[in-house]
Structure formats: structure tokens, C-alpha cells
Design a protein around this ligand. Structure first.
Ligand code: CO
Length: 136
């Protein structure tokens, strides 16, 4: 069902500092910050050619990233994102198998303007998994 790895997301305490490290120390192609109030984050994407790294900084009160950073003050890997051709079909198959979709179970619009949803980390070996619908 899942396709290619779309991105690996890392929660960071300071987005500008983290983005500068990837740009200046690692020589990566670093994008502009994208503000996503619906998700409570500001993100920067780093294109690694075969995939992307998504740096996440908390935005606003009640950001899910703020909770993560309270437990991991230095930052850390937050989620991995796989592409799927049909997110509603994927969600239906997963929930029928007992996996939990976070939130109200319905896809939201993600950082690329495409439908995304998240699967409960306890159902996937402690890893938060994002699915993104990408036209094939
Ligand atoms: Co993501």
C-alpha cells in the first residue's frame, strides 16, 4: 500500500538555527519556512534528492510539537511520511485492521497542499507515521 518515503520530520527548538545548520554545515538545499496554523507548526523542507527532511518548530499554543519538545528539549525525530495513492482507502483498510488514525480520523491538508493523516505511534513500534496522498 505505501509507496516511497516522502520525508522524515525532525522537531527542532529553533527553526532558523536548524535550517542554517543543514544549509551551511551540510550543504543542503533548504526551502523557505511554511506556516501551518492548522497543524500548529512552522516547517522547512530540505530536499535530499531521493527524499526530504522536514524541520518542525512549534507554532502557537497547544502545538503538538511543543509537547514533543518538552519531552525532548534538544529536538529529535518526530515522524516519517510515506506516500499512498488513495488516502481514504488507506485509512479504511487500516482502521478495519485495528490501527488508529489520529484526530477525527479524516485527512487534513498537509504542508504540500495534499491530504495527510497520522497513525498512532503505539500501533507502529513507537513511530508516528504520516501518510500523504500523492497522485501516481
Ligand atoms: Co510530515
Amino acid at each position: 500500500m505505501i509507496g516511497r518515503l516522502n520525508h522524515i520530520a525532525i522537531a527542532v527548538p529553533d527553526l532558523a538555527t536548524a535550517a542554517a545548520k543543514y544549509r551551511d554545515l551540510l550543504g543542503a538545499h533548504v526551502g523557505q519556512p511554511i506556516v501551518l496554523p492548522e497543524h500548529g507548526v512552522t516547517v522547512v523542507f530540505i530536499d535530499t534528492g531521493n527524499s526530504k527532511v522536514e524541520l518542525l518548530e512549534p507554532l502557537g499554543a497547544g502545538s503538538p510539537i511543543a509537547v514533543f519538545l518538552a519531552k525532548n528539549p534538544a529536538g529529535g525525530m518526530h515522524h516519517i511520511c510515506f506516500e499512498v495513492p488513495d488516502i481514504l482507502a488507506a485509512a479504511a483498510m487500516l482502521t478495519a485492521s485495528g490501527a488508529r488514525v489520529l484526530g477525527d480520523g479524516k485527512p487534513k491538508t498537509g504542508a504540500h497542499g495534499l491530504p495527510v493523516l497520522f497513525l498512532h505511534p503505539k500501533d507502529f513500534d513507537g513511530t508516528l507515521i504520516e501518510l500523504e496522498q500523492v497522485a501516481s
